[in-house]
Design a protein around this ligand. Structure first.
Ligand SMILES: [Zn+2]
Length: 477
């Protein structure tokens, strides 16, 4: 809980820097609002419940609907804007595959900021300010992160960025250029198709719409025919890209089907639609075409001439979205215009940080064989004092008080029933950034042993300088 509270304090500080006010919305919301926004039926991850009158309620997985309703009822004029509200509250999602403890759970803690602006221009200014605040938050945590261009999925809007920690446990696949700064989520990543234009061998693969009424033919080219069979579907086809092309045709493309399920579904199809890969010459003349092939390691970067793309696994810990009028329009959050002649829906943004997930991700990224390694900003305590049993209590408190008055968040391990060896192992396991041992050095020469596992630091330091030595170490963590 101390880690969580410290993370929340870092977030609070940077939310205040962009004039966002903290609120707390209810965990329970009505089905009605979600029906109004159009997100009720499409979302299978909702926890639904009924009250005694059989009215439908939800455990909120997020609060766009609720906050748009509240703010929409409170603002009248363009003069009431901008409004920036955020909260750090528990959210609920009936995850199909909860995993990794805090990384993906049915209940989680999230920071969600909602922004309301009069014009798109103002909203983009807000978006920029939020991005800067996010940069400041993630820099302060001192864990390496990358920012990816992202698809905004069913959130609407176009402008969106994801913040990821790189870790093998990450469920997100990011494509990153080895030459320029291009990084994109798998769903949005593009690759150069120029080279592929010389490929003369064709393959036709099959897909189907979710209602099984439409067979979807996917036309692509491959460098040579003997390298591939139709079983290589997953290696060849980028389903996110196909889904997008199909969406423009008004077709809901069924993703993730295995071969036999697909063959079964195709029996019911009554029509066929063809989609061409952008690298094919026919693509130019066909209405249905796009960059529908899977990106391969080493493919050309879409942004620069030299770079090659490589995939990295990421844990998504933050996300910024420009929503536009996706929610303000259906939920009627409008303001009077400057000339007072009409009303326009407000421009919104929503910006999340997965608080509980970030804690799990930080633990995953920084631990070693001995235990956790918290960065200073969110460590439960910045330093721990472990005294041997023969050190007088007055001396221990002298050291403790000195650190406290230097502004260091310190804890004393005074458990009487545990030995020093056990305590040191426990301190390593919990992952305090700095460990201080009061033992033989103190008795002989009033020195403190300072340990910092992450920096490989271990040294006896005299009583005059140990606080500044600890402070110096902490600044690096
Ligand atoms: Zn590049």
């Amino acid at each position: 809980l101390r880690v969580q509270n410290k993370l929340e304090a870092v977030i609070d500080k940077h939310m205040r820097s962009i004039d966002a006010a903290k609120v707390s919305l209810s965990s329970i919301t009505t089905e009605q609002l979600w029906k109004q926004s159009g997100r009720f039926s499409a979302n299978s991850e909702l926890f639904r419940l009924n009250d005694r009158r059989k009215s439908g309620f939800l455990l909120s997985p997020t609060h766009e609907e609720e906050i748009t309703e509240i703010v929409g009822g409170a603002i009248k004029s363009y003069k009431d804007l901008p409004v920036r509200l955020y909260q750090v509250t528990r959210k609920y999602r009936d995850e199909r595959r909860p995993r990794g403890g805090l990384l993906r759970g049915k209940e989680f803690l999230m920071k969600d900021l909602y922004t309301f602006d009069y014009s798109q221009k103002d909203a983009l200014k807000t978006y920029k300010a939020v991005r800067q605040a996010y940069t400041n938050i993630f820099n302060e945590l001192k864990i390496d992160y990358i920012v990816a261009d992202a698809d905004s999925g069913n959130m609407g809007g176009k402008l969106s960025h994801e913040y990821h920690y790189i870790h093998p446990n990450g469920e997100d696949k990011l494509w990153s250029c080895d030459s320029c700064t291009y990084v994109a989520n798998e769903e949005l990543a593009e690759h150069k198709i120029e080279g592929k234009k010389d490929w003369k061998y064709r393959m036709v693969l099959e897909g189907v719409s979710t209602d099984h009424s439409t067979r979807i033919e996917l036309h692509i080219s491959v460098p040579s025919p003997e390298n591939y069979t139709k079983d290589d579907y997953g290696k060849l086809i980028n389903e996110h890209a196909v889904k997008k092309v199909a969406e423009n045709l008004g077709i809901d493309f069924a993703t993730g089907l295995n071969y036999s399920t697909l063959q079964e579904a195709l029996k019911k199809a009554t029509r066929t639609v063809k989609i061409y890969d952008g690298a094919l010459p026919e693509a130019a003349s066909q209405a249905a075409s796009g960059d529908i092939t899977q990106i391969q390691d080493g493919d050309g970067c879409p942004k620069c001439s030299e770079g090659k793309l490589h995939s990295v696994p990421g844990i998504e810990v933050g996300h910024t979205f420009h929503l536009g009028t996706r929610y303000s329009e259906p939920l009627n959050a409008v303001v009077a215009t400057e000339d007072n002649n009409s009303k326009v829906p407000v421009q919104m943004g929503c910006h999340g940080i997965g608080v509980s997930r970030l804690i799990g991700a930080a633990a995953a990224c920084l631990h070693d064989s001995k235990g956790l390694n918290w960065p200073r900003a969110i460590a439960p305590f910045e330093a721990i004092i472990v005294p041997t049993p023969d050190i007088p209590e007055a001396d221990i408190h002298q050291v403790y008080d000195k650190l406290q008055s230097a502004g260091i968040d310190v804890v004393l391990d005074d458990r009487a029933d545990k030995g020093v060896g056990w305590k040191l192992k426990d301190a390593d396991l919990i992952g305090y950034p700095v460990i201080m041992v009061l033992g033989r050095g103190w008795k002989d020469a009033k020195t403190v042993e300072i340990q910092c596992r992450r920096l490989g630091f271990k040294k006896e330091v005299n009583a005059e300088t140990f606080t500044s030595e600890v402070e110096e170490l902490l600044e690096q963590l």
